[in-house]
Design a protein around this ligand. Structure first.
Ligand code: AMP
Ligand code: MG
Length: 394
């Protein structure tokens, strides 16, 4: 799937509006940061040699010639025997080469008494020590987190080129699905998948386009799928990809493009469809609510993140210690919904109870998965592979 999707085109965005986007250009520094030598402390700018032997027992006194606030240039040069009162971030005066912090000084308005020595360069932040003009600061492909937004501002960049967020059309299928607000007739259920998928899209930084519900009718399904594809960069369908008599999604998708129907040896989430139509990916998610959310998380999300320009679309995995015995008699890998918590320096996991692929509540209780390979018996205390859902809070 990752090999078949392409990275979306770049667009310009303001830096207040680019969080979570991926850079589509290299960012070079056009100026030094910081732009001038400045004080890292509130204190006194001095010539370090003057203060060489200063201590509580042998303090040194210097004449204070001015006070320099952040945002203003110093007026005077510091000569031997002199000092300037200086604030954090204020420009270092010529002649001074260190700052003594205020906490070890006594100032009477004219003279300052210094009770601690400093070395040359101490408490001074030098021009370009963070970034030098001409440096490559962030490369194309970098995810823009708050610190990157802050860095762009300090480089005087109000706009940057980023990859467009993928727009993704979402369609639920099934005669049993009832829109929210309508009374449930016999045999009907609520359409939950569409809302879950739209939320997962938002969380992944994509733009969902809600295409509503398609009945189990070929013509209606084809019309809505085509409409969705025309309006978006990708299409997600829910349900109808299994072997049931009314699973019309399979024949409709086959008409739209190169679609493969898969059975993946995983639980939940066995039946899936994936393919390309008009150069756009189509993800056919299973109808069972847990399967839908899990397949999105493990398959669809990485593909969409790649489209959005991310260089690493996978969530990190880690080892967790089981708090219960688990037997997987199945031939499929089991992604068990779990509560994962840190205890005595290790991650520990216990499952959220009944794990049927229709039991959405198993995901509501969970903050992660544990991965149980086929045919294994594990005991409490054994280690398994684990992964958080989102940032593991929930
Ligand atoms: P299907 O793959 O269409 O046979 O659906 C499998 C199961 O998931 C059935 O129990 C459906 O009723 C259920 N299902 C399908 N679509 C949705 C949906 N959008 N929301 C909640 N449950 C669904
Ligand atoms: Mg169905």
């Amino acid at each position: 799937m990752l090999d078949t999707v392409s990275i979306s085109a770049p667009e310009k965005r303001g830096i207040l509006d680019c969080l979570g986007h991926v850079l589509a250009e290299d960012i070079y520094a056009g100026e030094h940061i910081p732009p001038f030598d400045n004080s890292a402390m509130d204190g006194f700018a001095v010539v370090a040699e003057d203060v060489l032997g200063a201590s509580e027992e042998t303090p040194v006194s210097l004449a204070v010639v001015e006070s320099i606030a952040a945002g203003y240039a110093p007026a005077k040069r510091i000569e031997r025997g002199q000092a300037a009162r200086i604030m954090t971030g204020a420009m270092m005066p010529a002649g001074a080469d260190a700052v003594v912090m205020q906490e070890v000084t006594q100032f009477d308005g004219e003279q300052v008494r210094l009770a601690e020595a400093v070395e040359k360069a101490e408490n001074v932040r030098f021009t370009g020590e963070s970034v030098r003009s001409g440096d490559l600061v962030m490369g194309s492909g970098k995810l823009l987190r708050p610190q990157e937004c802050s860095m762009l501002a300090s480089l005087n960049r109000s706009e940057v080129k980023v990859h467009r967020r993928p727009r993704v059309a979402v369609v639920s299928t099934g005669d049993e699905l009832t829109p929210l607000g309508n009374a449930l007739e016999p045999g009907k259920i609520r359409d939950s998948n569409r809302y879950g998928i739209c939320a997962q899209l938002r969380e992944a930084g994509c733009i969902p386009i809600d295409m509503g519900i398609a009945r189990d009718d070929e013509e209606e399904t084809e019309r809505i799928f085509r409409d969705g594809l025309n309006r978006a960069d990708a299409l997600i369908t829910s349900g109808g990809v299994s072997v049931g008599e009314h699973d019309v999604v399979k024949s409709v998708l086959s008409k739209l493009g190169e679609i493969n129907f898969w059975r993946v040896a995983m639980k939940p989430g066995k039946p899936q469809a994936y393919g390309i139509a008009d150069g756009k990916p189509i993800f056919g998610l299973p109808g069972n609510p847990v399967s839908s959310l899990v397949v999105f998380e493990l398959f669809v999300r990485p593909a969409l993140l790649k489209m959005a320009g991310h260089s690493n679309p996978f969530r990190p995995t880690f080892r967790a210690v089981l708090d219960e015995d688990i037997v997987n008699k199945d031939k499929r890998t089991n992604y068990m919904r779990s509560i994962i918590a840190r205890r005595e320096g290790r991650y520990c996991a216990k499952t959220t109870g009944p794990q049927g692929s229709g039991i959405l509540y198993s995901l509501v209780l969970a903050n992660g998965f544990i991965v149980i390979p086929p045919g294994v018996s594990l005991k409490s205390g054994d280690e398994v592979e684990a992964q958080f859902l989102g940032d593991g809070v929930g």
